[in-house]
Design a protein around this ligand. Sequence first.
Ligand SMILES: NC(=O)c1ccc[n+]([C@@H]2O[C@H](COP(=O)([O-])OP(=O)(O)OC[C@H]3O[C@@H](n4cnc5c(N)ncnc54)[C@H](O)[C@@H]3O)[C@@H](O)[C@H]2O)c1
Length: 311
Amino acid sequence: MNILITGGAGFIASHIVDKYIAEGNHVVVVDNLSAGSLNNLNKKAEFYNIDIYKNPLGEIIQKHKIDVICHHAAQIDLRKSISDPVYDARINIEGSLNLFQAALKSGVKKIIFASSGGSIYGEQKEFPARESHSKNPISPYGISKLAIEKYLKFYKFHYGIEHIILRYSNVYGPRQSSKGDCGVISVFCKLLNEKKQPVLNGDGTNTRDYLYVQDVVEANLNALHYNGSAIVNISTAAETNLNELFKLINESYGNIAKEVHGNPIPGEQKRSVLDNSKAKEILNWAPEFNIEKGIAETCKWFIENSINKSE
Ligand SMILES: NC(=O)c1ccc[n+]([C@@H]2O[C@H](COP(=O)([O-])OP(=O)(O)OC[C@H]3O[C@@H](n4cnc5c(N)ncnc54)[C@H](O)[C@@H]3O)[C@@H](O)[C@H]2O)c1
């Protein structure tokens, strides 16, 4: 299969690139390296260092006879989306539309999209949240993700382009950046690598559904072979609070830090956990990594790579 992966030099999509290539696909990557790195990029991928918002993408899609687009490029910083919603919409909404228009003109039949369950549902009323849960995003980032989902429905309805929308929970693992507020696990690992003291926001009882990146990769592999369109949560359906998470990470580093709490972040979501029974049913997918196994793998990688040294 010929596959275009946007954001393929970034954290999640670079792992998907590796897997798609290992499975014998021809993979083309588009990434402007605003957050991604060439160090993440598989050498066998054809790479275009361009911006999905500014550049016409039709030529690339046609040249490589792309069958499927796996769309992961995005502005992912939630706080940045709050401070600059125009920038967020430019990259996440306009950039996606630019890509979808190119796909339409070039005859692409299927788009896999990295959406975000954690930010689309907002403060949950049901636990874990099923795909039918009410959608109340409270950040421009979440609003963008929901808007893109709606646009994909439009492209299916009017033009027959199929979509697999994968609503991830909180993804973590090797190669995750510790810049911005993008991932508490990579932030803690970076601090502990440098023998610095992490500070837990608030009392540490906020929960998230932490999902190991290799499980996300498997979901993207199964999505390639799904016929039709679907919206699916990709999650563990298990909640872990910040205190438990810190304890696990600190243990991997030989308990070098103390549990220190700071001020809570105003408006931060209290609980987030997503049901994954639909993914089991229609994608034949289930997570393989529980939090203990995933954290152990992640810390091992961060220790071995001492990554993000330059950040
Ligand atoms: N990390 C998570 O927990 C999580 C959860 C839900 C959804 N997602 C989604 O998964 C996708 C990948 O996230 P990630 O955590 O790997 O982030 P990431 O920042 O590592 O990856 C995003 C990639 O997109 C590239 N990019 C950004 N703007 C671009 C543009 N205008 N043109 C071309 N490339 C551009 C970046 O350089 C980067 O390589 C995103 O769409 C994100 O919203 C992530």
